[in-house]
Design a protein around this ligand. Structure first.
Ligand code: FES
Length: 113
């Protein structure tokens, strides 16, 4: 069994080899956005492997993802599976969340003035 850690939250979960990253995330209560039901077509479930390893990119991932992205460790969480080694993946920042946080920060600063 390996450990899969999700950044930026730092939530971690023990995983069996061959478990999908999306499935492991669900078990760890980490939300990875997805729209295509895991068919490698929406590309919303991209994660970045920061350390450790996952299974090599699938044929579907190689077809859908630019090679340069795969080379720097960007993977589709619906396709990538765990191995028996530990792994750390980073979820991209949520753009909507960033917009809301910036608006709240602006509002807070206006209220302080
Ligand atoms: S869930 Fe759509 S590409 Fe992974």
């Amino acid at each position: 069994m390996g450990k899969l850690t999700f950044l930026p939250s730092g939530k971690a979960i023990k995983v069996r080899p061959g478990q999908s990253v999306v499935g492991a995330a669900r078990s760890a209560r980490v939300v990875i956005p997805q729209r295509c039901g895991g068919h490698a077509s929406c590309l919303m479930c991209r994660v970045v492997v920061e350390a450790g390893e996952l299974t090599p990119p699938t044929a579907l991932e190689r077809r859908k993802m630019p090679e340069k992205d795969l080379n720097i460790g960007i993977r589709l969480a619906c396709q990538a599976k765990t191995t028996n080694r530990d792994c750390i993946v980073r979820l991209p920042e949520n753009k909507l969340k960033n917009v809301v946080q910036a608006a709240l920060e602006r509002q807070r600063m206006e209220e302080e003035d």
